[in-house]
Design a protein around this ligand. Structure first.
Ligand SMILES: CSC[C@H]1O[C@H](OP(=O)(O)O)[C@H](O)[C@@H]1O
Length: 353
């Protein structure tokens, strides 16, 4: 059984979700009860371990898990890592119990690697901020949620923010609410408050006036897939921030583990951007299926049946990204070769399975 914190219930309630089978975990991923690229990788790996422990068809379970959400490459990476461990154990003569144990051990190894990667991203990101904004007093704008809720450690971009905060170098964290599912308002504000970080929430549409007022020293965001040329898919609304940052000469920095780099995807046009239900736009909170909330929907904010365009992500081209920070270093300028170098450098995360 997998026990997860249901992120759709935050910040109002801290509710544990018990996934006793793969369909339940797939549903949790699809409804963003569990979300965020690195955590999706861990969920995928633990899901394969769950399938092995329950005696399911592990190959089929791996396909279902990897297909639950298409954009974050970490999900398929975590699934592949665990599936490879399972198959190696079986080939080596392990019985069902032994193969399940080996799969769980691989998921736990990925979990520990992600935590170490988070620490190194924080260190590398802080060193970059010191270069980009000498003297500290950083006013950082972030989008969506990239803290411990998406990671085996303290997250990606928010891990850098926390390190700056602990070092007395952060003046303000500007938190984009991040419509339509409000990961910023619900989750980043929740994490920042718990950490004692000085933060201010803003409507996504207000970011432009902050740049114009000279109130932003750097933008730090996460990523769901970084293509071989450095094109980066991240929560919808990231690309407009990159354009604003370039116009106002503000550094725009992507923070992600190397498990988010996908050298098999050549450029941004090859990244599949997940399209999500219109209800998430036309209703606040959107449908929140679950045993105690069957058919629950949100508060209508548009006439019933209003068509909606709801891409979960957008893609920022490399030329608008100041730097990509991973646990293995910093790529700047962002090019195919600088991205490949990050992916190739040894770090706490094992190479592609
Ligand atoms: C650092 S990974 C977090 C990443 O994932 C979010 O997407 P979602 O909430 O749909 O899983 C968003 O793109 C964040 O930047």
């Amino acid at each position: 059984m997998l026990v997860l914190l249901d992120q759709t219930r935050l910040p109002v309630e801290e509710v544990e979700l018990f996934c006793t089978d793969v369909p339940a975990l797939v549903q949790a991923i699809r409804t963003l009860a569990v979300r965020g690229a690195p955590l999706l990788g861990l969920a995928g790996a633990y899901g394969v371990a769950l399938a092995a422990a329950r005696g399911y068809d592990v190959g089929q379970a791996a396909d279902e898990l990897a297909g639950a959400r298409p954009t974050a490459v970490n999900l398929s990476y975590g699934v592949r890592r665990a599936l490879a461990a399972y198959r190696t154990a079986v080939t080596g003569g392990a019985d069902d119990t032994g193969a399940a144990a080996a799969t769980l051990a691989e998921a736990r190894a990925l979990h520990a690697e992600d935590a170490r990667a988070s620490e190194r991203m924080a260190r590398n990101g802080l060193a970059l901020l010191d270069e980009l904004v000498p003297g500290g007093g950083y006013r950082v704008l972030t989008h969506c949620n990239t803290g411990a809720l998406v990671s085996g450690g303290e997250g990606t971009a928010l891990a850098v923010v926390l390190a700056a905060h602990r070092g007395g170098l952060l003046r303000r964290l500007w938190v984009d609410e991040t419509r339509p599912l409000l990961q910023g308002a619900r989750l980043t504000a929740y994490e920042a408050a718990r950490a004692g970080v000085a933060h201010t929430l803003l409507p996504d549409g207000a970011a432009g006036s902050l740049f114009a007022a000279g109130e932003v020293d750097a933008v730090l965001i996460g990523a769901d897939r970084i293509a071989a040329d450095g094109s980066t898919a991240n929560k919808v609304g990231s690309y407009p921030l990159a354009v604003l940052a370039r116009y106002h000469n503000v550094p725009f920095v992507v923070v992600a583990p190397t498990t988010t780099i996908d050298l098999a995807t050549p450029d941004g046009t090859a990244i599949e951007v997940e399209q999500r239900p219109a209800q998430e736009v036309t209703e606040l909170t959107g449908p929140r299926p679950g045993p105690d909330r069957e058919g629950a929907t949100g508060i209508p904010v548009a006439p019933l049946g209003t068509p909606a365009y709801n891409p979960a992500f957008d893609v920022t081209p490399p030329e608008l990204i100041t730097a990509v920070v991973t646990e293995t270093g910093v790529a700047s300028p962002v090019t195919g070769s600088s991205i490949a170098a990050l992916a190739a450098r040894p770090g706490p995360v094992r190479a592609q399975p």
